[in-house]
Ligand binder design. Structure first.
Ligand code: SF4
Ligand code: SF4
Length: 179
């Protein structure tokens, strides 16, 4: 989900996300995207809407396992097993995915979209990247991070912001329960 994603012209063939979208289902078509309370505010401010998210039990039960990250489970997963995620089209596409890629500016996209493909826990980014990108489409001589034009320093900043906003979930849930 690089900032280069919105480019679809032939001249953009060099961008990995464009080639990815032409060959396989992309992360924007297959992922359930958790949105923090901060993500919701930023997206609502940009779109003027607040109907772009819902609460769902994760399709993949792996998202309910602690996996060394109790902060995530305690704050993101609500007592009924649901979490806040972006709505998707019936075919699985994110509703913000258009013909030209993500309709949201980079600084408005959910934090987990911006951090991808870094993997992480509350303690920080893991050394190993997530495995969702089609490595077979990487240009010769380029690393995945080079091809996606994502810097570890940016991902570290977004990771800090992500967990700060995850910790606001409890207040958001309490306010909903006691309006
Ligand atoms: S899966 Fe990877 S290469 Fe494909 S669109 Fe997402 S970030 Fe880009
Ligand atoms: S918000 Fe944008 S980057 Fe994130 S899944 Fe949706 S289309 Fe992809």
């Amino acid at each position: 989900m690089s900032d280069n994603l919105p480019i679809v012209e032939d001249s953009a063939d060099k961008f990995l996300c464009v080639r990815c979208s032409r060959h396989v289902k992309t992360c924007c078509q297959t992922s359930e995207v958790y949105a923090t309370p901060g993500d919701v505010l930023r997206i609502a401010e940009f779109t003027g809407r607040d109907d772009f998210y819902e609460y769902r039990v994760p399709d993949d039960p792996v998202h309910l396992q602690e996996d060394g990250d109790p902060i995530w489970i305690e704050n993101v997963i609500r007592p009924d097993g649901t979490r806040r995620v972006l709505q998707r089209q019936p075919d699985g596409d994110c509703t913000f995915l258009g013909d030209a890629g993500c309709a949201l500016p980079l600084e408005t996209r959910p934090l987990i979209c911006r951090i991808y493909p870094f993997d992480y826990t509350a303690d920080g980014l893991r050394d190993e990247l997530a495995h969702g990108c089609p490595m077979e489409l990487l240009p010769a001589g380029q690393s995945l991070l080079q091809a996606l034009d994502i810097k570890r320093s940016d991902a570290e900043r977004w990771h800090k912001q992500l967990y700060a906003e995850v910790l606001t979930e409890r207040n958001a849930n309490e306010m909903r329960a006691n309006p």
